[in-house]
Design a binder for this molecule. Structure first.
Ligand code: PGA
Length: 255
């Protein structure tokens, strides 16, 4: 049963997987297998896979995104990719602040905020990731951590840009570990984030914003998680690499 007015968004995060040649089949299969989707479907792919992915998804319901973006428009930033570059090759979405970027590449809330603003200015839709570490959950500070991240990451993002922001609640301990937050934990955390949006913006903004859960979501547990009132979709890592599994998650979100 559809639980509310918000349309679910199921986004795949391929991480550092797939080459341009394997991308084509994976996108084509995803397009075919999710043909009946009654939710938004996005695949966030490595930079070099964007062009073939956009071509393979052309004219379909599947949208393509990137996994990071730099905050400067251009210049001496070796190895970085700008928002305009992503737009020009047909990316519509970009993941920002994924915990792997925060953990391994020194991403901070300050740079996440800068990237978010640059992506929105360029007309990209942002999937902004927040989430607590295991020690933080054990210490009982999950609410504080995800509230703080949401506030800092959205600083100076105006209310009229929020329609282009999706927040992904991704408890770091659940990412790629096979450990999933319980549906209750996911719902509670997504609800806390929604409350922060209400404080920062308005009740209407809080009711409208899409908040996903991410962290070992798969074809077996998606339905239970997506049934929760505050969980408006999923950011899927491992299971998005297998179109059949990903399609089952899309199906669960479409019910
Ligand atoms: P996972 O990754 O589904 O493999 O846990 C989720 C993510 O990192 O976005």
């Amino acid at each position: 049963m559809k639980k509310c007015a918000r349309r679910a968004v199921i986004a795949g995060n391929w991480k550092m997987n797939m080459t341009p040649s394997t991308t084509v089949k994976a996108v084509e299969d995803t397009v075919k297998l999710t043909a009946g989707a009654d939710c938004d479907v996005v695949l966030c792919v490595p930079f070099v896979d964007i062009v073939p992915a956009v071509k393979a998804a052309e004219g379909s319901h599947v949208k393509i995104g990137a996994q990071n973006v730099h905050y400067e428009a251009k210049g001496a930033f070796t190895g970085e990719i700008s928002a305009d570059m992503l737009k020009e090759v047909g990316a519509e979405y970009v993941i920002i602040g994924h915990s792997e970027r925060r953990q391994y590449f020194g991403e901070t809330d300050t740079t996440v905020n800068l990237r978010t603003k640059a992506a929105l200015d360029a007309g990209l839709k942002v999937i902004l990731c927040v989430g607590e570490l295991l020690e933080e959950r054990k210490s009982g500070v999950t609410a504080e951590i995800i509230s703080m991240q949401t506030k800092l990451d959205l600083a100076y993002v105006p209310a009229d840009e929020l329609k282009n922001v999706i927040i992904a609640y991704e408890p770091v301990w659940a990412i790629g570990t096979g450990l999933t937050a319980t549906a209750e934990q996911a719902d509670e955390a997504c609800g806390i984030i929604r409350g922060v949006i209400e404080t920062l913006y308005s009740k209407e903004a809080a009711e409208a914003i899409t908040i996903q859960y991410g962290g070992s979501m798969n074809d077996g547990n998606a339905a239970e998680l997506l049934e929760k009132v505050n969980v408006d979709g999923g950011l899927i890592g491992g299971a998005s690499l297998v179109p059949e599994k990903f399609a089952k998650i899309v199906e669960a979100a479409s019910k």
